[in-house]
Design a protein around this ligand. Structure first.
Ligand code: ZN
Length: 292
């Protein structure tokens, strides 16, 4: 359902504010989920990770509290990571952008969940080099559910979609097929790459969580998105490595590039989000280039 005019604008503000609140919760997930002895629901109140003091509600307002406190804990004055307002702003912006494309719909709900899952995976992998199974595996079900209940040519690719539709196939079946193919292609591609790397170099080149993550991306964005996302994430990764070298950071003591492990999850997640919003535009541009 799409809204226009004053009601649309008011709803957009509400969606953005709700997105900020989701971001606030996601910060809790990002901090607690990968840490042993902490659960997402207990303790119920947020606490400062340094002094362990409870954070009162008025110091826990998305973005605004961080600015008001100038990025420091009220009790112990230790710095609060810029990640907190960043995640909140990201979740708000993602909600607003998806709302503009999908309106209030099942696809909005599913793809928003997918987006914030990618956001959590990216920040956890960046900090701790792990991708929690709990974030990835249950989210597959949502991807398949969305493909089946809200069929889209995106998951199968427009060409197959039109051909199979004209052959009398049900939209849900084509869409689900595209999502399943995306899962298999994404998972197997990175799984094979990681096995090949281990045979070649005798050590791990990819995290255990990377193949399931690309599978997850394939199950939401369809099999046609798997290789563009992989290519885009590698490009972003290369740019990040160059930027780190340029800044003089990230160079291990040996001075050899490639010796220090770099998490791949954040690049995959970022590439998937870019492809989700701009994939169709990039495809149109690419085919226009081929035709010219
Ligand atoms: Zn503190």
């Amino acid at each position: 359902m799409h809204f226009t005019g004053a009601s649309g604008a008011a709803l957009s503000v509400l969606v953005f504010l709700a997105g900020l609140a989701v971001g606030s919760f996601l910060n809790v997930v990002i901090y607690r989920l990968p840490r042993e002895g902490l659960s997402v629901t207990r303790p119920r109140r947020s606490f400062c990770p340094v002094c362990r003091n409870r954070i009162p509600w008025h110091d826990n307002i998305p973005v605004l509290s961080w600015i008001a406190l100038r990025g420091r804990c009220r009790s112990c004055r230790s710095p609060i990571s810029f990640r907190y307002p960043l995640v909140e702003l990201l979740c708000g912006t993602l909600a607003l952008s998806l709302f503009a494309v999908e309106g209030l719909s099942l696809r909005f709900a599913c793809f928003y969940y997918f987006s914030i899952t990618l956001t959590a995976v990216a920040f956890i992998d960046l900090e701790l080099m792990v991708i929690p199974d709990l974030l990835v595996w249950p989210t597959y079900l949502l991807g398949f559910l969305c493909a089946g209940l809200s069929p889209s040519p995106l998951t199968s690719g427009l060409y197959l979609w039109e051909r199979l539709l004209s052959d009398g196939w049900a939209p849900a079946v084509i869409s689900l097929g595209g999502a399943a193919a995306g899962f298999v292609l994404g998972f197997l591609s990175l799984y094979a790459a990681s096995k090949a790397y281990r045979l070649w170099r005798g050590r791990e080149g990819l995290g255990d969580g990377d193949p399931p993550l690309l599978g997850l991306i394939g199950s939401f964005l369809g099999w046609t998105a798997v290789y563009p996302v992989l290519l885009l994430s590698s490009l972003i990764g290369l740019l990040a490595v160059f930027a780190m070298l340029f800044a003089g950071k990230g160079l291990p003591a040996s001075g050899k590039v490639g010796a220090a492990p770099i998490p791949f999850g954040p690049f995959l997640a970022l590439a998937a989000l870019i492809w989700m919003f701009y994939g169709e535009a990039v495809k149109g541009w690419y085919f226009a280039l081929l035709g010219a």
